[in-house]
Ligand binder design. Structure first.
Ligand code: URA
Ligand code: SF4
Length: 266
């Protein structure tokens, strides 16, 4: 690790080192890399208020639609499962609508189903899914079924090629509807295709991640409620670039703080 430069404009270097080590420690613990010997006490100052909070919205909260579950089921069964709006319908095995709580405060949006998802009809069940589950459970202290997980595309592109602009256009009304009915407090966009689609931007994920953006739930700017959206790296990218895991952990911590979830665990 490079030695932090000391000058009059920055915090004392030992603070930076401690924070960096704590960050490294948590991301290593979270993602299963060999842990570095940092005393857990070093993390004490990182705890956020709201210990014991859950990602499932309390029933009394106003924003969640009590009918969301029923509406989502109808959308899946009557429209998505029989959808032929793009040519991916010819090559898919199963459509992959989404899974989790229709009352979730937090929704993860990935890119498109892969091999395992196409076979099972469930999102994020392959290798990238295992890492996402670890991020949710070991990292954020939540259960997978108390958040909601879906993708921009509901059908697998052959050989996992990138989704085309036409396919995204054809499919994105389903995603917009899912997000509007669930009405989460925070959306995490996993990877560039999800972030670019939801934010209508051509900026890269490296530029977009690390801060909250606004997402218009109605799909039209200014026409309805806005929720916070955090772009971060896709777990498949993190499997190929483990050195970037710390950045995603820092993005997840920002989301946890916004939701009032406790940050240091055990
Ligand atoms: N990658 C995705 O973007 N979505 C999945 O469901 C699985 C892998
Ligand atoms: Fe329909 Fe979306 Fe599947 Fe294309 S990817 S066939 S638009 S559900």
């Amino acid at each position: 690790m490079p030695t932090p430069q000391s000058n009059n404009l920055t915090a004392p270097p030992e603070v930076d080192v401690r924070a960096a080590l704590a960050q490294q420690f948590m991301s290593d613990r979270l993602f299963g890399v060999e842990s570095v010997p940092v005393p857990v006490g070093a993390l004490a100052g990182m705890a956020a208020p709201g210990a014991g909070a859950s990602a499932v919205r309390p029933r009394s909260a106003a924003s969640g639609d009590p009918e969301a579950g029923a509406r989502l089921r109808v959308l899946d069964e009557r429209e998505v499962q029989t959808c032929r709006k793009c040519s991916l319908s010819k090559t898919r095995t199963k459509t992959v609508f989404g899974c989790g709580s229709p009352q979730a405060r937090l929704v993860f949006v990935g890119e498109a189903p892969g091999f395992d998802e196409d076979r099972t009809g469930m999102p994020f069940v392959g290798k990238a899914g295992a890492l996402l589950t670890k991020m949710i459970e070991a990292g954020m202290g939540l259960a997978r079924d108390e958040v909601y997980i879906c993708n921009v595309l509901k059908c697998r592109p052959p050989s996992n090629r990138d989704p085309s602009a036409d396919e995204i256009l054809a499919c994105s009304a389903y995603l917009q509807q899912q997000l509007e009915w669930i009405h989460p407090e925070v959306i995490i966009a996993l990877g560039a295709p999800a972030a670019k689609t939801l934010l209508c931007t051509t900026s890269g994920i490296g530029k977009l991640r690390g801060r909250f953006h606004e997402y218009d739930l109605s799909g039209t700017k200014g026409a309805g409620p806005v929720v916070s959206l955090m772009p971060t790296y896709h777990p498949a990218y993190l499997l190929r670039n483990p050195g970037e895991k710390g950045k995603t952990w820092s993005d997840l911590q920002m989301v946890m703080a916004k939701l009032g979830l406790p940050i240091s665990k055990k």
